[in-house]
Design a protein around this ligand. Sequence first.
Ligand code: BGC
Length: 734
Amino acid sequence: MPIRKLGFVLAVTGALMFAATPVEIEKKIDALLARMTIEEKLGQMSQASFPSGLPQRARDEIRKGRWGSFLNGGTPQEKAEAQRIATKESRLGIPIIYGQDVIHGYQTVFPIPLGQSASWDPELVRRAARIAAREASSVGIHWTFAPMLDIARDPRWGRIAESLGEDPYLAGVLAAAMVHGFQGESLDAPDSIAACGKHYVGYGAAEGGRDYNTTWIPEALLRDVYLRPFEAARKAGIATYMSAFNDLNGVPASGNAFTLRQILRDEWKFDGFVVSDWNAITEMIPHGYAADIKDAAWKGIGAGVDMEMVSTSYYQNAKALIDSGALDPRLVDQSVRNILRVKFRLGLFDQRIQPENILPAQPAADGLEIARQLAAESLVLLKNQDNALPLAKSVRKVAVIGPLANSQTDQMGTWAMGGNRSAVKTPLAALRETLGEGRVVWAQGLRNSRDDNPAGFQAALETARSADVVLLFLGEEAALSGEASSRAVLDLPGAQEELVSEVLKAGKPTIAILLAGRPLTFHNVAERANAVLYAWHPGVMGGPAICDVLFGDTAPSGRLTTTFPRTVGQLPIYYDHMNTGRPPAESGPEATNKNTSKYLDLSFTPKYPFGFGLSYTTFEYSNVRLSTPTLRLGEKLTIRADIANTGKRDADDVVQLYTRQLAASLTRPVRELKSFRRIHLRAGEKQTIEFVLSTDDLAFYKPGGQLSAEPGSFQLWIAPDSASGQMAEFRVVR
Ligand code: BGC
C-alpha cells in the first residue's frame, strides 16, 4: 500500500488503534489522577538513565513511584525486574515506559538516516523501522527517540547524519514512513514501539553549524520549512515529541509555549506527550532564560514539556511552586494525563509483557535483506567517467585501499547502541566473498580517517600497482558526525588526500567510495578518481550493498537529499533558496555581471545539487503535458511526462516534481519539491508517469500561521534533480 494511503487509513481508523477506546482510557486516567499524590504525579513526569545494576535505592524509588520512565541502558532482565516492582509493588501499579535511541536500526543497523533518505524509498524506510521496532520491543524497549526531523542545511552540523536531509516535503514523507514503521498498525501490538519526533524545533538551524548553538528562524520559515516534517509526523499519528536544546528566537525550544502549546496542542491537536531533551529544562539557566532550577521547572511545565529528561527540576520544585500559587496544578495533571495516555495506548497497563530477552545473537535474515537493499538504494553515484563502473566480475585483481574499507564500527554510523560489530559485513569482506581471497589485495594506508602518518603509503602504492583496478575507501569515521560532532572544515580528515595522490601514481583506474555522515568537500579526489560513489555510513550490510553496485548487480539509484557545497565558504547552501533581486547566472550575458549575488573567487553553484545522482544507464525526460494551463484555487492539475531508459541496463530512476511561484505576497523559493516517484525502467523502456498537484500543495504560511495558496504564475519541472529538468508553466486564478 502506498505510504500516503496507509497514513490515511491509520488516521481515519485512529480509534481502532488501541485496545481500549479513547473514552475508556480517559476514564482510567481520571481514576488514577484522583488517587495520585503530587509526588507520584511528578514521578511520572521524570525520566532518568536506567539505574545500572538496579541497586536497592533505585528499587525503593521505583516502588514509591519516583520514576515514570528510564532511558538507554539496563539489561532486559533488569528492565523486567524494575517493571515488576513498578507494576506489582508500587501503590498504583503504574508501569515504567522505557525509551532508547533506536535511530537507524537496533540490532540490525541500517544506513544512517541521511543515507536512508537518499533512497527516496518511503516503503523501504518503513520496513527498516518495522524491523527496528521488532528487535527493540523484544528486549523490552517501548519507545524510540526517533525519527529526527530536523531540517539541516549546513553540513558542518554533525547531526545532519541523523537528519532526513534539507527538504521539508521529502523529510515529511520519510518521517511518516518511519512513524508507521515504528508504531505499526497498532501501538499496543507487542512488536510496536512509540516514536518520538525530535528535536522540536529548529535545532538544525544552529548558527555556524555548531551543535547546540542559537537559532533565529522567522515564523514563516519556521512553519514552511522547519515545522513541516513534524507536522507530517503528527498526521501519521506520532505518539511523542522531544523538545530541543536550542534557543529559538530568544526563547529556548524547551520553554517555548508558542511552539509547544500554540502550535503543537492548539493547532495540531496533539494529545501524546512531550519529553525534554537531556537536561534541556535546566539548560534554560545558562541560556539566560531561567534564573534558577525552580524557574526552569516553572517555565518547562508552563510551556508544556510533560516529562523532564535527566535533570530533576520538576520533581524538586513543582510542589513548592504549586503550594505558593505560582504554578497551576492543572498543568501538572494535564502533563501526567498526556503521559498516562501514551502508556495506555502502548498497552503497558495490561497485556504487554516485559520480555527478559528474546533476541537471537545475530540479526535475522529478513532484516539483513532490507539492510542490504536500503544501503544499495542509498548509494549515490556522483561521477562515472567513461563508464568506469560497473566493474566486470571477470576483473583479474582488485586493490582495496583506505581507512574505511574494513572498519565495522565506522560503517555502522553514529547511533548503533544495539549493533554488534561481528554482524557487520565490510566492503573488504564482501569483495573477498564475491571475487575470492586471491583476487583481492588490501592495504589500509591509514589506520583511521584522522590518521596523518604516511607509514602505510608505500605498501598502499605497491598494492595498487599489483592490481587492475583500485577501490579507495575514504571519508570520515563515525565519531566525526552525530551529536556534538560539528566540523569547521569538511575536507577529508587526516592524510587521506595525500594517500590518494600516492596511490594514483600506480596509474590504475581508481574508484573512490566515500563513507561519511555528512556531505564532505573532496574536490581533489572528485577530480582525479575515475568514479565516485557516496556511501554514507551504510550500516551492517554496507559491504555487500557496495559490492552489488560496484559490479552492476544493482544499478545505483540514490539521489542526494542535501546540497553538496564546493567549499565550506558557501554554507549554508540549499536548493530551495530565494532568488534575490540580483540573481547570479552561470551563462548568458548576466554571467559576467559583477553586481549579482555571487562570489569573486568561486562559483555560486553547488558541487552537486539536491536530488542529483547518476545511474549506469541514461534517462530521457520529455513531453511534459498539463491537464490545463489555468486552474482555479481548490482545483487539481494533472501532469504527465515520458521517462525513457535510453541506455543498455535496467535501472531505477527517481523522478522529481518541482514548482515555483513567480510572484506572491511573500517571495517564494526558486524551486520546491512537491512530489517524487521511484520507478523501475528496463533498458529501452519508456513510461508515462503522472502526478496530480492540487492548489493546496502550493500553499505557504504567512506570519501568524495562516496557510493558503495564492493565485499567480507558476513554473514546474519534471526533473532528475533540482538543477535541471523539463519545464512547463501554468496559472492559478481565483
Ligand atoms: C540527544 C537526543 C537523544 C538523547 C537521549 C540527547 O543528547 O540530543 O537526540 O535522544 O540525548 O539519548
